[in-house]
Ligand binder design. Structure first.
Ligand code: ASP
Length: 458
């Protein structure tokens, strides 16, 4: 029996937390493949080790030294090691490694930043292996390169290469407990490359899939996934079980408890994911599984994401013009812009994007190209939008969910700018002005979760 257990940065921020993590690891002999993040924030004003390393790299790239940020990161490991009464020499290789990274080649800025970022996880994994060894436990650090974690050549946004899975399979044969650093792997050319932020979840999912783990445990700092963001809705309902598709939709739209890209690998291998709290390991947590047969309500959660914009264009008889949509999306492709949704009518089309993908200078070029290539009657870009996702597999079998959702938004005076429902009917998307986002989430939560109103599916 083999469990892959991943511990996030908030679970590794202090010596006490590290102690707790080691207790959890050793409490179950099935926990033999452990993925760790870099130490996170100790309190709300603190800085994550990853952010310290990014700051150090940015300083160096601007021609400065970056040494103070790097020293601060080293200090974080030293504090943990000292409080755990590990010998002082344990921190020396960590200090050397981070300093070497800082002073390394900056010829390619993107690979340089990734090398620095990866140092947070890499050294944390070495440290945790030593903490366990000091307890007399057989634990070994493994480097992702030696293990075969091959990633695409996309610094800061890498994806796993299919051949990595076969190579990683051997990890299940290793003796003792394997401590694997999250967040990074290696390109075929041998460069260190990282996933997008929060990517240690992805590492854990890839390993769990490769070794066909019994379960992928994702230890974080909350008791479960909740039906809405607790900073918007007070005391939201905990979710005990979710399907992969539901979790993907919720994490995509802002549920940061689990990285949305981490679902694909576990889904492929049908490995269940168990979200658990390091600080309260007795809590039931949330289980992510292929199917949820017990749930009787259509909606499982309401997510919201801000910083969205919409490119809108209209042209009479657009529906008769072959290739109109393709040419529009090709303009975005030419600018290296990925899009989120494309709702359309007979004579109009909207493309919804994350604002970070359409900075003002790109917007000007995109609008100009649209005018030249497609000659629309109208083209405009609306910013400051938010997307609200109402998510639940049960919506497929329930009549009237859309009407209840739109009714709830209307009663709260929220104007719906965009509506879209994917054909899989797992989610319904509403675009609203960002100033209405919180009101919209509360209205929908009240409609589907307060009282008896989340009525049962057929
Ligand atoms: N340490 C990385 C970050 O802060 C990756 C992770 O935490 O999963 O994004």
């Amino acid at each position: 029996m083999l469990k892959v257990s991943k511990f996030g940065g908030s679970s590794l921020a202090t010596a006490d937390q590290v102690r707790q993590v080691c207790d959890i690891i050793t409490a179950d002999p099935a926990r033999r493949l452990i993925v760790v993040s870099a130490p996170g924030k100790r309190h709300s004003q603190d800085i994550k080790v990853t952010d310290l390393l990014i700051a150090a790299a940015s300083e160096r790239l601007m021609g400065k030294i970056g040494a103070s940020e790097c020293a601060e990161a080293i200090e974080r490991y030293r504090n943990i090691a000292t409080e755990l009464e590990l010998p002082a020499e344990v921190v020396e290789p960590i200090a050397r490694d981070l300093t070497e990274r800082l002073e390394g080649s900056t010829d390619d800025a993107d690979f340089y930043i990734d090398t620095m970022k990866a140092g947070g996880e890499d050294n944390c994994a070495r440290l945790i292996a030593q903490v366990l060894q000091a307890r007399g436990v057989e634990a070994h650090y493994v480097n992702p390169k030696d293990a075969g974690l091959l990633l695409s050549d996309e610094p800061g946004n890498a994806q796993v290469l299919p051949e990595a899975y076969n190579r990683l399979r051997n990890l299940s044969e290793r003796p003792g407990i394997t401590i694997f650093p999250g967040f990074f792997g290696y390109s075929k050319e041998g460069h260190i490359v990282t996933f997008s932020r929060g990517g240690s979840d992805i590492t854990g999912a890839i390993l769990a899939s490769a070794v066909r783990a019994e379960v992928y445990e994702n230890f974080t700092d909350v008791d479960s996934v909740f039906a809405a963001n607790p900073s918007i809705v007070s005391d939201p309902t905990p979710i005990s079980e979710l399907t992969y598709r539901e979790m993907r939709e919720l994490s995509y739209a802002g549920f940061s408890v689990f990285h949305d890209e981490a679902l694909e690998p576990v889904y492929r291998a049908m490995v269940p994911v168990h979200i658990r709290n390091t600080n309260n390991p007795k809590a039931a947590g949330t289980l992510i599984v292929p199917h949820c047969n017990s749930r009787k309500t259509p909606v499982v959660g309401i997510a919201a994401m801000s910083n969205v914009c919409c490119v809108y264009l209209s042209k009479y008889l657009m529906n008769r013009q072959i290739g109109f949509g393709r040419r529009l999306l090709q303009i975005l492709e030419g600018e290296n812009i990925s899009f989120e949704h494309v709702p359309s009518g007979i004579d109009n089309m909207s493309v919804i994007l994350r604002e970070e993908n359409l900075p003002v200078e790109k917007e000007k070029r995109v609008v100009e190209k649209i005018r030249q290539t497609l000659a629309p009657e109208d083209v405009s870009v609306e910013r400051d939008l938010s997307l609200i996702m109402v998510v639940g597999e049960g919506m497929q079998h329930t009549v009237g969910v859309a009407s209840r959702a739109t009714g709830a938004l209307a009663s709260s005076n929220v104007n719906i700018e965009i509506i879209n429902q994917g054909s899989n009917e797992v989610s319904m998307m509403f675009g609203v002005k960002s100033t209405d986002m919180d009101t919209a989430v509360r209205a929908l939560y009240k409609e589907f979760f307060n009282g008896s109103s989340n009525s049962t599916t057929e």
